[in-house]
Structure formats: structure tokens, C-alpha cells
Design a protein around this ligand. Sequence first.
Ligand SMILES: *[C@@H]1O[C@H](CO)[C@@H](O)[C@H](O)[C@H]1NC(C)=O
Length: 243
Amino acid sequence: MRVALGLFAAVWASAAVVAAGGQQHVFGAVGDHHQQQHPGVNEVLVSWETQPGRLYESSRLIKVSESVRPRWLDIGSILALRRAGVRFMDITDAQELHAGGPTLAPSYASHLPQRLGQKENTKGAVAKLTEDLYGKVLEPFTAFHNRYYDSENGRRSSEWLQKQVEELVAGHNITVAAFKHKFAQPSVVARIEGTSDETVVISAHQDSVNMWLPWFGRASGADDDGSGTVTILEALRAILEQG
Ligand SMILES: *[C@@H]1O[C@H](CO)[C@@H](O)[C@H](O)[C@H]1NC(C)=O
């Protein structure tokens, strides 16, 4: 089994990450973006500020549910969906995963363990958990104006985060790499190689978005999903300390 710690750049593009990963069967801990309320900002501002990054030079194929046929939408319509709280997936780059009918192919089903293993190791690691990374990583991470994935802010925050991960695993036989996307913000993947082909993915998303002004608005994303990001980093740190 190998373990891959994925700090995914964007929930919207998560299907693309799974497709690119190929053998990654478990895909969890992607949080919800909070709806941010900015009652004073009106729609005029939204169209004025819209400066799509590379991803939105053309329409994207958006799927809102298994029973509704996916539709090609432009950035304005996609943001309107976000503000309305409609959940969806951008399947533009992973259409083959959605081509065969309402359910995913069996090879993409997750195989969750039925019994707890590694109880003693887990107990030991849990005893080593601290809150230190909340100050060391979460505070500076949320100080980026936003971490919008299709922006320069998103790219810089990801590079910074990768350095934190590299520092954390220094001295261990763990690879840390940026996984590049069509948009500016790379995902960060730390891999611990094992002895079987099984892969366990522990993930959180690192991007944050201001629902009204994605490219320029403030979105600290402390809870969504900075907290998830530092939580899986702390889990990794404790496991490494435990040995
Ligand atoms: C590090 O991991 C790789 C991949 O499993 C392995 O081939 C290599 O021998 C390891 N190196 C050390 C120093 O343990």
C-alpha cells in the first residue's frame, strides 16, 4: 500500500485529479466552500471584475446531478450556480468517467476497510497530535488575500504550501511534488511508497474563493479548507514522529 497526501488545487476540478492519478481509489475530505455573503456588492461589479484565468477562456462542461444532462456553461453562469449554492462537478477534462451512464465504473468504487487495523500505531500517533501547525501553517496560509485556483494568488499560496510540506517530511523517504493543472494552482502530492499496488489517498483542497470577486476578493478560507489542509498535515507529522 502506498499513501498519497493530496492537497488538491480545486474541488471543481477534482474529477480531473482522480483521472490523472489513475490508480487512486480513495478520494476523500474535500470540503464544501462556504457561501460568502456580501450583500453590498452587486452584479454590475461582478461583470466588471471578471477577468477569467486560463481555465475560463472557453466554456466548461458542468454536471449538477446524475439525472440531468451535463451542460456547457461560461464563467458567469458557473459563478451564478456557486452563489445559488448549487453543487456541481466540472467534468470537462474527465468526460470519459461520466460517459457510461449514471454510476461510475466499478473500478472507481472505493473499498473501505471493514475492520480497524493499526490500532496501536494509531493510538501512539494520536497521543502525539499538537495544535502547533495551526499557528505555523494555517495563519500564514489564510494571510494570502485569497487562494483562488485560477489565479496568481492560488499559484503562490500553493508554492508556499509545498515548501511547508517539504520541511515537514525532511529526512524521511517521502517524495513531494507539484501536480500541474490547466489552471494556475498546482496540487501538492506527498507520497510514501509501500509494497503493494494499493493506494490510499488522504486529501484536502487548498483553494479558497470569494464567491463575488473570485480573482480579487478576500477569501481567507481558514475553515474551508485551511483547517482540513493543516489537519492532514498534522496527521502526517504525527505518523512520522510515531515512526
Ligand atoms: C526510498 O523509497 C524508494 C521507493 O520505495 C526505495 O526504492 C528506496 O530504496 C528508499 N530509499 C531509502 C534510503 O530507504
